[in-house]
Design a protein around this ligand. Structure first.
Ligand SMILES: [Zn+2]
Length: 347
């Protein structure tokens, strides 16, 4: 439903952006369907880019130190946190500061109304990392930077992917496709993508996957055996869960060699239970990590990764459909049934 709210002048520590594109993330779909406790009515959407329309006097430079001005096209961290935080100041985890807020998660009635992607404007509030976009990057390449791409930069960093590694990517949605590409860019020798959807397996090949396996064609034991055979002599160095299905975790760990690393990046919903034998973790020296949200530096790295690999991987193809604000419901329906990979809203 489209509603109108007034746009006010920015405060000294705020910016006002005219949105040029926002994309529907999987988490927006969970909220849209009412599976997450989002305040309602609100403006969903946190993968957003736009052009600065008004800039508060206190904001002069972006995260990298480049000067910011009205008319600049920018992306920004999907979350913001203002005030003291031991997580930010002591533990270098600003993304987990208590009271951290995310764009696309507020009641639209509250000032300044515009804090989400599916609208004409968005305010950027204090505690947000702003990053200027180079002219060369297209809107389609730039919009997923501040959620999908930055998250995968964070996940692959946690996985500590090294030159020559063999890497398993469980799930080839947007996170998985970027995961394959980033793994290759980090020097992985072999990337194996696993999914149940044909077109995703095909897409993964374009994003760096050397091998893809349709998980519906094999039982668990055969799948693990297949993957291990592709990673001689003892199994894979790294596996990453980015499919949101808890039951894949034990299998992914079985695919690893002794000393392997496993990162959970997709189990964003509570109740994602799985069973592991702790003795396997111990004997195999497995490193198991969870990653939620990302550090501001990961957004800078996400932009640099896309800019330096845009000839190698067709990032622009991931945003494969565009809708107006009036067509938002249709866009959500298509995104939910996965008939589009990433639906973009162009106000
Ligand atoms: Zn997201």
């Amino acid at each position: 439903m489209i509603r109108e709210y007034p746009v006010r002048d920015v405060k000294p520590d705020e910016a006002l952006v005219r949105i040029t594109m926002s994309t529907i993330c999987r988490s927006d779909i969970h909220s849209y369907k009412g599976h997450r406790p989002n305040p309602c009515p609100g403006i969903l959407g946190h993968e957003i880019i736009g052009v600065i329309q008004q800039l508060g006097a206190d904001i002069t430079r972006d995260m990298r130190g480049d000067p910011l001005a009205v008319g600049d096209r920018v992306t920004w961290t999907e979350y913001f946190h203002h005030g003291q935080s031991a997580y930010r100041d002591i533990h270098d985890m600003p993304q987990k500061s208590p009271g951290v807020r995310k764009y696309g998660h507020d009641l639209v009635e509250d000032d300044p109304h515009f804090l989400g992607g599916f609208a004409e404007y968005c305010y950027i509030l204090p505690g947000t990392g702003i990053l200027k976009l180079p002219d060369a990057i297209t809107d389609e390449e730039a919009t997923p930077l501040n959620c999908g791409v930055a998250t995968m930069i964070s996940v692959t960093e946690a996985a500590d992917i090294r030159m020559g590694d063999t890497v398993i990517v469980q799930g080839l949605g947007l996170l998985g496709l970027y995961g394959c590409a980033i793994a290759k860019a980090r020097g992985a020798r072999l990337v194996i993508g696993l999914d149940a959807v044909d077109q995703r397996l095909v897409a993964a090949r374009k994003f760096g996957a050397d091998e893809t396996i349709d998980v519906t064609t094999l039982d668990d034991d055969a799948l693990v055996e297949n993957v291990r055979e592709l990673c001689p002599p003892y199994g894979a160095d790294v596996a990453m869960e980015v499919c949101g299905v808890a039951s894949v975790v034990p299998n992914g760990i079985r695919m690893l060699r002794t000393g392997g690393r496993y990162v959970i990046g997709g189990l964003v919903n509570p109740g994602s239970d799985f069973t592991l034998d702790g003795n396997d973790i111990l004997r195999k020296w497995i490193t198991l990590k969870g990653v939620h949200n990302y550090h501001p530096r990961h957004l800078i790295q996400a932009l640099d990764f896309v800019m330096s690999n845009r000839e190698r991987f067709p990032f622009g193809d991931i945003v494969d459909s565009k809708f107006s604000l009036e067509e938002l419901d249709e866009a959500f329906a298509k995104a939910a049934e996965r008939s589009v990979l990433r639906a973009a809203i162009v106000p």
